[in-house]
Design a protein around this ligand. Sequence first.
Ligand code: FAD
Length: 325
Amino acid sequence: MSRVLVVGAGVVGLSSAVRLLEAGHRVDVVARDLPLETTSSVAAALWYPYLAFPRTRVVEWAATTYAALEVLASTEPASGVVLREGTEVLRERTPDPWWAEAGPSIARQTALPPGFVDGWTFRSPVVEMPVYLRWLVGQVEALGGTITRMNLSGLPTSADVVVNCSGIGSRLLAGDRSVVPVQGQVVVVEQFGLDRWWLAGSDDGRSPTYVVPRGTEVVVGGTDVEGEWSRTPSPATAAAILERASVLVPELRHARVLRHKVGLRPLRPAVRLERVSDVVHCYGHGGAGVTMSWGCADEVTRLVGGAPARTTSRSGVSDDGRLRG
Ligand SMILES: Cc1cc2nc3c(=O)[nH]c(=O)nc-3n(C[C@H](O)[C@H](O)[C@H](O)COP(=O)(O)OP(=O)(O)OC[C@H]3O[C@@H](n4cnc5c(N)ncnc54)[C@H](O)[C@@H]3O)c2cc1C
């Protein structure tokens, strides 16, 4: 058993904490933002591999996660995970998606909204993030882990292994400038009887448009603005999102808006999931952190392994930029 410190309380950090606790480690989570304040809490959150690399690994992690979420949907109603059928529509005839082998069986769709010529329907997990994050917190605590608010200026050294799940915070904590924000805005409206999701892909260079139903509300998106750090919702963007989404689901024109949210997806040319000395890095999940969460958590747990490996360089600064006490 190792003493493991997980940095980050988004979906990646909490899922990793759960798997590490299940593997018998002692786990404490520290995070500047508590779960309901994270980017993860803004996610729509449909299982769908989007804006994440490299594709071969994304497919593996997404496949594991699809299976795990499917189990949660059927065994843990309190988790907020539901399997829902929905349709992705496309403006051009398109071969099967690159992620097709990751889980769901897809069926070509012929009844399409105006402006679309192709599409596929499949069942996918939809995760009601505020409910799910609370459920994950409950799992961490029930397994003996802790979650503490802490704003770090560097990765800690007071554990056998530190697991860095700090998302966009890895620019600072891992000194990694290759992770960049991709701002996403959503509009949350009151549920009006919608039970299937809709997605118009970003295949033609436009921002993806999606309509994802939950129990009492519907999440409508979205935008993807790379390099934008603002988390302030724009009224003009919200109006444009609703206009685009109304083509997919006309009832949205009359839906009651409940709130607006903006999150910063942590995009990296490739998800960083590797062990460097006694740090396991797991960040850079872009637009698919929920979609890959359990697959990555399993890999984090394998990398933490059994025996702690502690190394300190003579300068007191490790090769991953950590200050040593
Ligand atoms: C609008 C929108 C819609 C999305 N929809 C989907 C979707 O449908 N499906 C999907 O799979 N994904 C979706 N995503 C992407 C998904 O939200 C992210 O990939 C995911 O949240 C990343 O999770 P994370 O745990 O790595 O990061 P985060 O949730 O950002 O958590 C990072 C954690 O690290 C902590 N941290 C950072 N810096 C420090 C520091 N210095 N000290 C201490 N703690 C620190 C933070 O406080 C936080 O607790 C969407 C994102 C957005 C914005």
